[in-house]
Ligand binder design. Structure first.
Ligand SMILES: Cc1ncc(COP(=O)(O)O)c(C=O)c1O
Length: 395
């Protein structure tokens, strides 16, 4: 009998991380597996105040249906911030508020991808994007990323045979690897794409969380007609509000708006009102500075613990920002096998597999440093070091 479920959904893999997090629920397990911001830093009191102001000022209108584009105040805030940061001129008419940037990925898939359409993604790449685009049955063309960005030769090599419609990038403090594209690499990527009919998606949820190094250009500055930007308040304020946005040129915006209406009419109006009120209080930059101070210490604690407790024949990225770093084990060590031993040793991470297309064995793994305090990071990395030793001894 034919399946009652659509091919679209039957072929999409389950979220591997969600499955893994089920194993890591034991309270004694130190988890570097999730991608959670540190909840101790959520601006709870300020959001409580903002909520009260919304009820006083806006009353029932904050609970009514609203327009699909999203709150004018929020879009104005986002546009001003971009325009100041990158000397751009993005009008609010090009900003669409979404239910997290994850919805942005879904809307882009819905708007651009027919079954079998080619899309370029990073390898390793953000798992949530792989899942979102899989729903539209696109064909993935993974291009390796290195410490300084995309492999330009591999990127060029996609084109003789294929005509990808989209290229998906996370150029700042990438999830999962923590790497960032250098300025030079961004320019090389733009050179390869400039005469092609392709849209570049710049997904940048971590861009404000820079701890060292110089800020980099946005692709919107280098490839203005081809770039769509995705942003999010999940890492800078709270993920639970599910507030993100897309910046797109007019003709694309119109299509995205239809996709948005078909999906959910509009993003949660109450959350938008509270966020707009919170931002109007004027403490956003101070709040980001606090997050950066804490995460930077946690990042350093992780790097120092790795140097101290992991064998010398592993390599790791030293991200300039964001929430993740990436470990490469010696060739013959499977990160899946390591995961089983690590869980017994009460430490969890995400094995590299789900960040690649069609790889079942990898020697890489992702570690999150935003959600564990400095002292616990050292204990966890020590356990990981013991797990690696055990695996090497077991062969
Ligand atoms: C690269 C990237 N894009 C998008 C998202 C989704 O974020 P949001 O909470 O805005 O949906 C994440 C979340 O971890 C991410 O790492």
């Amino acid at each position: 009998m034919n399946s009652i479920f659509s091919d679209r959904i039957s072929d999409v893999p389950k979220s591997f991380i969600r499955e893994i997090l089920k194993v890591a629920v034991d309270e004694e397990v130190i988890s570097f597996a999730g991608g959670l911001p540190n909840r101790d830093l959520f601006p709870v009191e300020a959001l409580k105040m903002a909520t009260e102001i919304v009820f006083e000022k806006t009353g029932p209108a904050a609970l009514q249906y609203s327009n699909s584009e999203g709150s004018v105040e929020l879009r104005k805030f986002i546009s001003d911030r971009y325009n100041k940061k990158f000397s751009l001129d993005i009008p609010i008419e090009n900003i669409l508020i979404t239910s997290g940037s994850q919805q942005g990925l879904d809307l882009l898939g819905k708007t651009f991808l027919n079954e079998g359409d080619d899309i370029i993604i990073e390898e390793p790449g953000y798992l949530g994007a792989i899942q979102a685009f899989s729903v539209y049955k696109s064909r993935f063309n993974p291009v390796k990323v290195h410490d300084d960005g995309m492999d330009i030769i591999a990127l060029k090599n996609v084109f003789p045979g294929r005509s990808p419609k989209l290229i998906y990038t996370v150029p700042n403090f990438q999830n999962p690897s923590g790497i960032s594209y250098s300025e030079e690499n961004r320019n090389h990527v733009a050179d390869v794409l400039k005469n092609k009919k392709i849209i570049l998606i710049e997904d940048d949820p971590y861009g404000d969380l820079r701890y060292t190094g110089q800020p980099k250009s946005s692709f919107r500055q280098i490839l203005p007609d081809k770039t769509i930007m995705l942003g999010s308040f999940s890492k800078t304020v709270v993920p639970g509000f599910r507030l993100g946005w897309i910046v797109a040129p007019n003709e694309i915006y119109e299509k995205l708006l239809i996709a948005k209406q078909a999906s959910d009419l509009h993003t949660n109006q109450f959350a938008q009102c509270v966020m707009a009120e919170y931002l109007a209080m004027g403490n956003f930059d101070e709040h980001i500075a606090l997050i950066k101070e804490v995460y930077n210490k946690q990042r350093e604690a992780m790097v120092n613990s790795i140097k101290k407790h992991l064998p010398e024949n592993i390599s790791f990225t030293h991200p300039e920002g964001g929430m993740f770093l990436w470990i490469t084990l010696p060739d013959n060590i499977s990160s899946m096998k390591l995961f089983d031993i690590a869980i017994k040793n009460k430490v969890a991470f995400v094995p590299g597999n789900p960040f690649y297309i069609g790889k079942t064995e990898t020697n890489t793994l992702r570690l999150n440093f935003s959600n564990v305090d400095e002292a616990t990071i050292e204990v966890g990395i020590k356990r990981l070091g013991l797990a690696i030793k055990e695996l090497v001894i077991l062969g």
